[in-house]
Unconditional design. Structure first.
Length: 443
């Protein structure tokens, strides 16, 4: 095109479409993320479903990110079925994940927190409608991936004690249990006139900022601030699809003292603007994709569930005798008594997608950061975007060794549903799937 500001000779023919729609539940809906009920009283900012559709080399892939706490199969599978029905894109080529805001609705039926049946019933249709809208508005596109580093906004939230155990605390510990993954990945999607139409952002940090301490407002948390900041710079047509990375053991609370706020809307804005700035910097300096190879694999991998054992049983009996158990202690006793999966095997959906030399990985849980770093290390892709809480929900996925150290996120039934080695099995399977997509190219 004569009016294209970029040198496009030899670049692959890629088409893309973006869309976003509000999915805020009604006020009065209970909010997920804590072990007690918080009934929403107002809307601080809207929750959205964001979608990107990419077509290249005769294939289409879809990224969907929703501003909710998790994405159970009961929502993702019906949404994929509707998407295939309305657009012809198979479910294996559709990755549906969430940002993990803690000021959104409960997504899991039969949980501790009340859920809104009407909202959950309608959500798959809203997701499919957003993808259909993106398909209907596709345009000739250029993709500009890039990476930067942001080491200061997220921190490991687990501390190692002198006795080798770990706790969800920064007090009375000898230091953080691990190191974060500071990588920020971004992909800017421009039309052939150079206008920015969409951005994919990938960074790992928990979404419990704006409502920390029990706030009762509905909000997309700092992820919403990322999207609003990008739109303020490039225009309202710029849709941000945020993929939250492996942040099961990461949050925003510093190990150092600070004069900055440590929670609430002001803190969310600080994090959102900072991440947006890093992502824009990464994408603005990136070169466009030189190849348009496209494909996807969605595979069900069998991983054993946790099976109740005597150590936890003894702990539960002690909790039964407490006069004033905490909310999470009451929940742990309830989960222990009702746990139906002893000696059973879970069918865990794992997903990889390829666009040129980019990989997109979908993992169905709150994944500890080391698994993300391992997947990236062994990936054949130049850029590996990892979305946790994708396509289903299996609680927290700790490192194999940390699963035995007792901290929140590793605690069986309270937060961990799978066997201690479940994370390694996921990471190994993803590695195999990625190399299948790349075939003989890297051999």
């Amino acid at each position: 095109m004569a009016d294209c500001p970029y040198k496009t000779e030899g670049l692959p023919e890629i088409r893309a479409g973006v869309a976003q729609n509000v999915i805020t539940p009604p006020i009065g809906t209970s909010m997920a993320g804590y072990f007690h009920d918080r009934v929403s009283e107002r809307v601080l900012d809207d929750l959205y479903c964001h979608a990107l559709v990419v077509e290249s080399a005769g294939e289409r892939i879809v990224l969907v990110s929703c501003d909710v706490i998790c994405m159970p199969r009961a929502i993702a599978d019906p949404a994929k079925a509707l998407i295939e029905q309305q657009t012809g894109i198979p479910g294996s080529h559709v990755l549906i994940c969430c940002t993990h805001t803690h000021t959104g609705p409960e997504m899991r039926r039969a949980r501790l927190i009340p859920w809104n049946d009407e909202y959950l019933d309608a959500l798959p249709g809203k997701i499919a409608a957003t993808v259909k809208e993106a398909c209907d508005g596709m345009f000739d596109a250029l993709m500009f991936p890039g990476r930067q580093c942001e080491p200061d906004l997220g921190t490991i939230r687990l501390g190692r004690k002198k006795d080798g155990s770990e706790v969800f605390s920064k007090s009375d510990v000898i230091g953080p249990a691990r190191e974060i993954d500071p990588e920020v990945l971004a992909m800017l999607i421009r039309d052939k006139k150079g206008e920015l139409r969409g951005v994919v952002v990938n960074y790992a940090n928990h979404g419990d900022v704006t409502g920390g301490g029990g706030g009762r407002h509905l909000s997309a948390d700092w992820f919403g601030d990322v999207a609003r900041t990008i739109a303020a710079v490039y225009g309202e047509q710029a849709v941000t699809v945020f993929l939250n990375g492996c942040c099961g053991d990461i949050n925003h609370n510093y190990w150092r003292t600070t004069r900055h706020p440590t929670g609430g809307p002001v803190k969310a804005t600080q994090i959102g603007r900072a991440v947006a700035g890093v992502a824009m910097n990464a994408g603005e300096k990136g070169e466009p994709l030189e190849t348009g190879v496209c494909g996807a694999i969605l595979r069900e991998v069998e991983i054993p569930y946790y099976t109740r054992e005597e150590t936890l049983r003894a702990e539960i009996e002690e909790l039964r005798g407490k006069d004033s158990p905490s909310d999470f202690e009451r929940y742990l006793v309830k989960r222990f008594d009702e746990w139906p999966h002893d000696s059973e095997v879970a069918s865990v959906p794992l997903q990889v997608m390829r666009l040129g030399d980019l990989a997109f990985v979908g993992l169905p849980g709150e994944i500890f950061t080391d698994w993300g770093k391992e997947i990236k290390h062994w990936s054949p892709a130049r850029f590996t975007f990892i979305a946790e809480l994708a396509n289903d929900w299996f609680g927290y996925i700790p490192n194999t060794d940390q699963a035995h150290r007792g901290a929140y996120g590793a605690k069986p039934l309270l937060s961990r549903m799978l066997c201690a080695d479940g994370g390694r099995q996921m990471a190994d399977s993803i590695q195999v799937m990625l190399w299948e997509l790349w075939g003989a190219e890297k051999e």
